[in-house]
Design a protein around this ligand. Structure first.
Ligand SMILES: [Zn+2]
Ligand SMILES: [Zn+2]
Length: 341
């Protein structure tokens, strides 16, 4: 098999390795047909999170089952499947809620040093019945890839913001997850979505989805648009200290901040006193991916939710170094990069 590795800041290689084997009777092996680079992979690439001796990367992948353990009951060899980027044991009361983040053994994430990397030709998947979804025939590859993480995360961000019909929602950061959050907020009935990103092409995509693009000073723009009150809900798809500050300053009293961006390892100094006196709810999550499938598939099937415009570039897996350079540039209209083994 071939596997994409990040060996240090901006050092991407594709290495030959022995094929993965079934770890136990509940596992399966997937031959990857398409995989994607995620914003969180760029934390390894850009050196925000150390990679030690190198990490086999990739947590978004779809493909075909080529081998299966004898205890797997819901899947067969030959099935076209997607796999949750976040994995659970599949047997505990946390996993029973379909949220692997609450797995009693702790969630495991593909391509982070915990499980195999999905930017590869083959991946071993533990507890396959739990982790994998057979892709409905009507669902395209791009949407299927987005159900492994980005759409599930954007949707979870909007759900956990508790968007109610007619409300004003701010989305900070309009990469793939942020754009999915914009579309999810509308699917949940948001009246106005104010969408911020420094990249003009990303603002245009959000505007094309019905949002009001904002640039420059986010807080001023939000206060201007809400008669000084602030937005009901703020979804932060970036989670830098600066964007968190913007979220706290642009949410109205009694409102909710829903954080789905990936912060670095340094603690954020949260404005506790202001949050207390303004009754702010702060929620954070990595996506309960498995839980979102049942909610999202009907919305995709009837086109309530769109997934167009997100994938902009495709590279061969062997050209991963070039693909990472394009993804990290975040310009030339590069939203999301697909890799084909
Ligand atoms: Zn991802
Ligand atoms: Zn579990």
């Amino acid at each position: 098999m071939r596997q994409v590795m990040i060996e240090g800041p901006r050092i991407v290689t594709v290495v030959e390795e022995s094929d993965p084997v079934l770890a136990d009777a509940s596992s399966a092996i997937v031959e990857v047909s398409k995989t994607a680079i995620c914003g969180s992979d760029l934390h390894f690439y850009e050196g925000d999170i150390p990679v030690g001796d190198g990490i086999a990367v990739g947590h978004e992948f779809i493909g075909t089952i080529v081998e299966i353990g004898r205890d797997v009951t819901h899947l067969r060899v030959g099935d076209r499947v997607l796999t949750s980027s976040v994995a659970g044991c599949g047997r505990c009361d946390g996993c029973d809620t379909l949220d692997p983040v609450t797995c009693v053994d702790g969630p495991l994430i593909f391509g982070s040093g915990m499980l195999g990397g999905g930017q590869a030709t083959h991946v071993a998947v533990p507890a396959a019945d739990f982790q994998m979804l057979t892709i409905p025939e009507w669902l395209g590859d791009e949407a299927a890839l987005l159900l492994t993480d980005n759409l599930s995360t954007g949707w979870a961000g909007a759900r956990r913001a508790e968007v109610r019909p007619g409300e004003t929602v701010v989305v900070i950061g309009l990469g793939p997850v942020g754009l999915c959050a914009v579309r999810s907020a509308f699917a949940l009935g948001a009246g106005t979505v104010l969408a911020f990103d420094p990249v003009p092409e990303r603002r245009e995509l959000a505007a094309d989805s019905g949002a009001v693009p904002i640039e420059g000073d986010v807080v001023h723009a939000v206060l201007d648009a809400t008669a000084g009150r602030g937005a009901h809900r703020v979804i932060d798809a970036v989670a830098l200290d600066g964007t968190l500050d913007q979220a706290f300053a642009s949410v109205r009293a009694g409102g909710t901040i829903s954080v789905i961006g990936v912060h670095d390892l340094t603690p954020y100094p949260m404005p506790m006193l202001m949050s207390l006196f303004r009754s702010i709810t702060l929620r954070t999550t990595t996506a309960p991916v498995h839980q979102t499938w049942g909610e999202l598939l009907p919305l995709l099937e009837d086109s309530t939710l769109r997934t167009d415009g997100i994938f902009t570039h495709t590279f061969a897996l062997d050209d991963a170094a070039e693909a990472y350079r394009a993804a990290a540039s975040r310009d030339q209209g590069c939203m999301k990069v697909m890799l084909k083994p």
